[in-house]
Design a protein around this ligand. Structure first.
Ligand SMILES: NC(=O)c1ccc[n+]([C@@H]2O[C@H](COP(=O)([O-])OP(=O)(O)OC[C@H]3O[C@@H](n4cnc5c(N)ncnc54)[C@H](OP(=O)(O)O)[C@@H]3O)[C@@H](O)[C@H]2O)c1
Length: 259
């Protein structure tokens, strides 16, 4: 897909790497010559992806502290290093009005979406990055800055993750760079309920005329983790096909010609 970006021989942990954005990212790292360590809950899928990419994998829930610890240990024990961490796994539950949100499910979502990324950075820092340096990318969302129907828990968690990312960037430099990518709507399982019924209408409203593919985001993740981005930390890279700026296309609001 790309040049090696200086990632050859580096060891990379990608969570939620068996499909969607995580899989595309893990593939991009493997193609760049990196050593990949992947995780997700479905053990068969983890085995399949680790085999395909010539890496290693561990099945488990990223919200479980013992899984997070075992995952970073697996990377360190197998490859003798842990240069890059991609905090990608997330849940979009509980979906619906906040007044109906079950506190247990809310807490679980925060454990997976916010606490787990911090825990993984702590383990990567203590095990390798504090001494040798490294790069971390968290996968946030273009929607983190906005409110929207049904996504109160998800959006609140992603806004917290964005803040966490920037706080970590300030604390962990100069050795470790910490950035985020914020995707718009991407063709994955998690977002199927949005794009399947509405793709053509959504795409028509976007400046770049289509929804995202997992590779669109993976390329940004790869770049942020590469030496090409050596002076970039605390950044949030929007990869959204122009979602954030689409309001400029609503010509009828100003009664413009052609509306
Ligand atoms: N797709 C979009 O439009 C979009 C937009 C903005 C942001 N994002 C963000 O992009 C990231 C990736 O989402 P995606 O759309 O690629 O989703 P996806 O296709 O549904 O893939 C999610 C991956 O994460 C794993 N996973 C889910 N929960 C997990 C858990 N608790 N512990 C460990 N692994 C877990 C899944 O495997 P298992 O089910 O086997 O665990 C799978 O490998 C997420 O952070 C999401 O919030 C997506």
């Amino acid at each position: 897909m790309t040049s090696s970006y200086g990632l050859r021989g580096r060891a990379v942990v990608v969570t939620g790497a068996t499909r969607g954005i995580g899989l595309a990212s893990a593939r991009a790292f493997a193609e760049a010559g990196a050593l990949v360590c992947v995780s997700a809950r479905d053990a068969d899928q983890v085995r399949r992806v680790a085999g395909e990419l010539g890496g290693v994998g561990l099945a488990g829930n990223v919200g479980d502290p013992s899984h997070a610890r075992a995952l970073t240990d697996l990377c360190l024990e197998t490859f003798g290093r842990l240069d890059v961490l991609v905090n990608n796994a997330a849940t979009n539950q509980p979906f619906g009005p906040l007044m109906d949100a079950d506190p247990e499910v809310w807490r679980e979502a925060f454990t997976v979406n916010v606490e787990a990324p911090l825990r993984l950075v702590q383990y990567a820092w203590r095990g390798w990055m504090r001494e040798h340096g490294g790069a971390v990318v968290t996968v946030c969302t273009e929607g983190a800055g906005h409110v929207g129907p049904g996504v109160g828990a998800y959006g609140t968690g992603k806004a917290a993750l964005l803040h966490l990312t920037q706080q970590l960037a300030g604390e962990l430099g100069p050795g470790v760079r910490v950035n985020s990518v914020s995707p718009g709507l991407v063709r994955t399982e998690m977002a199927r309920f949005v794009w399947e019924p509405g793709e053509s209408e959504i795409a028509a409203g976007l400046p770049l005329g289509r929804i995202g593919e997992p590779q669109d985001v993976a390329r940004a993740v790869l770049w942020l983790c590469s030496d090409e981005a050596e002076w970039v930390t605390g950044a949030d890279l929007l990869v959204d096909g122009g979602t954030r700026v689409r309001a400029a296309r609503t010509r009828d609001a100003y009664h413009l010609p052609g509306a």
